[in-house]
Design a protein around this ligand. Structure first.
Ligand SMILES: [Fe+2]
Length: 217
């Protein structure tokens, strides 16, 4: 009896929701889609390249003409860039910069002898027609007083520009935050899950993260 009442209540509620959706569709010509929450902003920090390097492709772990790749653990990071309406933002330019496996940022005037010459330090990917992007880089490392992190800038003509940082899951609260977000629940929305990268180099990791950009004001 109870379950029949619940069932019939559910049926009525579903009917009301469906009527509301039909009314909206009739009024606007569009089905209602729940808005996605924009990706939180995070600090740019002091190490955006002082001068952009000549080599700036999406593979930060390999330098042209150099047989040896970057030091550190390889990371295949992919995902999508979407608007708050869920539509892919094709053509979004994603800039990624991070320190090398020994904790040095490139292209900021650091003594070249201290840098991992096999690591690019900065790279760019362009989102495809489905909003998809992919980077090949290294897992971010702990350095100084900061948790492991990746720096990003995203730009699309129809969206507000986004500067933020991503952190491996469970590591965003490690150490002092330095130039990171102080609000923990917001910061946790910038975490990505690491997993073994199937079919890639032994020990390589994979992660996925979808960015959501708000529209221009
Ligand atoms: Fe940093």
């Amino acid at each position: 009896m109870t379950s029949r009442i619940h069932r019939s209540r559910r049926t009525v509620l579903a009917g009301v929701a469906s009527l509301a959706a039909t009314a909206l569709l009739a009024r606007t010509g569009h089905a209602a889609a729940p808005a996605l929450a924009p990706t939180p902003r995070d600090a740019e920090g002091p190490f955006y390249p002082a001068r952009l390097p000549a080599e700036a492709d999406h593979d930060l772990a390999r330098m042209q003409g150099r047989a040896q790749g970057a030091k550190g653990t390889l990371l295949y990071l992919e995902g999508r860039v979407l608007g708050t309406d869920g539509r892919p933002l094709a053509g979004t330019k994603l800039e990624l910069w991070q320190c090398d496996a020994t904790g040095h940022y490139h292209h900021v005037g650091v003594d070249a002898a201290a840098l991992d010459a096999g690591f690019q330090g900065y790279g760019v990917a362009i989102a495809d027609a489905q909003g998809r992007f992919a980077f090949r880089t290294i897992r971010p490392v702990r350095y100084g007083g900061r948790p492991p992190h990746l720096h990003f800038k995203l730009a699309h003509p129809d969206a507000a520009p986004l500067t933020t940082q991503l952190y491996p899951r469970g590591e965003s609260a490690e150490r002092g935050l330095g130039f990171g977000l102080s609000d923990r629940s917001t910061r946790e929305r910038l975490e990505f899950v690491l997993a073994p990268a199937a079919g890639r180099e032994p020990g390589a990791l994979a992660a996925s993260y979808d960015f959501v950009l708000r529209g221009r004001a």
